[in-house]
Design a protein around this ligand. Structure first.
Ligand SMILES: [Zn+2]
Ligand SMILES: [Zn+2]
Length: 272
């Protein structure tokens, strides 16, 4: 493992299973140089998966306390994973990860990566039953997020494929699908954001390869974009889940370096 960092870590403040202190200890024990906490920002429409409004200040204080506790040993950062539809401002955080998990609909919100039944309902009612239409809407929304808010890091870029194995939504090799994803990637390049390589779904058994797919990682390399390996960790045992395999894949896609949360600056480059 060369990366020794994750900027994408959830705790019991949102839908994680481990406490912030347990996450920090697991990272430190593995020799991490840095760790960033990224609880799901408050979103009133799906409270079970995010920080409660009245816990935001406790979250902030606990991460700042850990930052002080590990000073000189491991750099700790206060971040958040902010959905497009979250009303929370990222202004007072070290960084944030921009992610799209939801579609807004008259009944509330459809969830891209939720239970297959929930997604099936959304596709039947709002995508004319078409998985390709779902992908089109997802990449449209992600592109809107990228160009309007300009997140510094984009989380799980092709999350829309999460339920593909169960629902058979679209063929990832279909040139029309690839065009949508590549057009969105080109928009991302205009903002100079960092593309996350995310192993979280491997830890939870939803996918057999990290997000994004190799064809996107190769295209991003051709565009000279920056990548960052993150574990999207919800359980301290998996703080560096499948990092060796993911680094191998990154090298196979042409990368000789990546960025991570830095020891002295927010981001630093390291060799692969
Ligand atoms: Zn996410
Ligand atoms: Zn996450």
């Amino acid at each position: 493992m060369l990366t020794k960092s994750s900027a994408h870590v959830h705790t019991t403040y949102c839908d994680g299973k481990s406490t912030a202190a347990q996450m920090a200890k697991a990272a430190y024990d593995l020799g991490f140089v840095s760790l960033g906490f990224s609880s799901h920002a408050y979103q009133p429409f799906d409270p079970d998966y995010c920080m409660k409004k009245d816990q935001i200040s406790a979250y902030r204080q606990e991460i700042l306390d850990l930052k002080a506790e590990y000073e000189g040993k491991m750099a700790i950062y206060l971040g958040m994973e902010r959905d497009f539809y979250s009303p929370v401002s990222p202004a007072d955080y070290d960084y944030f990860i921009g992610s799209c998990h939801y579609f807004q609909i008259p009944e509330g919100f459809g969830c891209v990566d939720g239970a297959p039944d929930n997604l099936r309902y959304y596709i039947d009612h709002y995508c004319s039953g078409s998985g390709m239409e779902l992908a089109r809407q997802y990449f449209d929304l992600l592109q809107r997020y990228i160009l309007s808010i300009r997140p510094p890091i984009i989380g799980h870029f092709d999350l829309v494929k999460k339920n593909n194995g169960i629902l058979h939504l679209f063929d990832e090799n279909d040139p029309a699908y690839r065009r949508m994803a590549l057009d969105c990637l080109a928009a991302l390049r205009e903002t100079d954001a960092i593309l996350e390589v995310n192993t979280g779904a491997l830890a939870r058994g939803y996918q057999i390869a990290p997000y994004p797919a190799p064809f996107l990682l190769k295209a991003w390399h051709d565009m000279k974009g920056k990548i960052m390996l993150n574990s999207d960790c919800h359980d301290a045992r998996f703080i560096a889940c499948q990092y060796d395999d993911a680094e191998e894949m990154m090298r196979a896609c042409g990368y000789t370096s990546a960025v991570r949360l830095g020891r002295h600056t927010l981001f630093e480059e390291y060799g692969l």
